[in-house]
Design a protein around this ligand. Structure first.
Ligand code: ZN
Ligand code: ZN
Length: 240
């Protein structure tokens, strides 16, 4: 399956503003290669060699970006997947708010890609990302949900997601503890997110949150058992 013509044209159009990038079409494979410059007041702050690979099912799948000049270490805490070397541009659940399906390729370059390189350049100087930058992987997802729900407990987030799954629960009390029905509390935000987040990603996130809860609980059971064991291993005289 080749990339649809209109998407190719949209990508070509974006290159008017991004003259450092060259479009390469080889058979069904579409990519962009070149330099990404960060400029401020006409001064180039940093330049990155990059490769952007356009997936066949673009724009459902996000373009895959590589920094090929070796300026960014392949580390998860630098938002580079160590095994594949591709850049992690945003939390996948958050995509609809950053670069929704239907947005142009130019917007992809203007927003998530530009931010990615600004943050990387910031890291090079400061040794850390600016405040508010999401963590990598599931922790970044949790940060997003906590922010969206205006909560500070991962457990409560999962309780809300699990309760709100079914439409028949809208009259139940919201699990956040504010004594409001779900439909007047976290129901609408869950609905909005569920409508906009790809269902595979949505289900994966819920699964990951359930797994994490399971692990937390088994750890606390282990801990309790260890305390009990220690207690009963002690001679009654020692306890007294
Ligand atoms: Zn990341
Ligand atoms: Zn609520």
């Amino acid at each position: 399956m080749a990339l649809k013509r209109r998407y190719l044209e949209d990508i070509e159009k974006s290159l008017k503003q991004y003259s450092g990038l060259n479009l390469i079409v080889e058979g069904n494979e579409v990519s962009l290669k070149g330099q990404w410059s960060l400029e401020q007041d006409g001064i180039v702050l940093q330049t990155y060699d990059i490769l952007i690979s356009i997936p066949e099912d673009y724009p459902v799948c996000v373009p895959i970006v590589y920094e090929t000049g070796g300026k960014i270490p392949r580390k998860m805490d630098r938002h580079i997947n160590p095994s594949s070397g591709d850049a992690c541009l945003f939390v996948e659940d958050e995509r609809w708010e950053i670069w929704p399906i239907g947005a142009s390729f130019k917007e992809f370059l203007d927003v998530p890609l530009r931010n990615f390189f600004i943050y990387q350049a910031y890291f090079e100087v400061m040794g850390h990302f600016p405040q508010g930058e999401r963590s990598h992987g599931i922790i970044g997802k949790i940060e997003y949900f906590l922010e969206k729900f205006n909560l500070d407990s991962e457990d409560t987030v999962l309780n809300i997601l699990m309760t709100a799954e079914s439409p028949s629960t809208q009259n139940l009390l919201c699990p956040c503890g504010k004594s409001r029905k779900l439909k007047y509390c976290h129901g609408p935000v869950v609905h909005r997110m569920k409508t906009n987040i790809n269902s595979e990603i949505w289900n994966k996130t819920i699964f990951q949150l359930k797994e994490r809860r399971f692990e937390r609980r088994s750890h606390s059971i282990e801990k309790r058992m260890k305390i009990q064991e220690d207690f009963f291993n002690t001679s009654p005289l020692d306890i007294l």
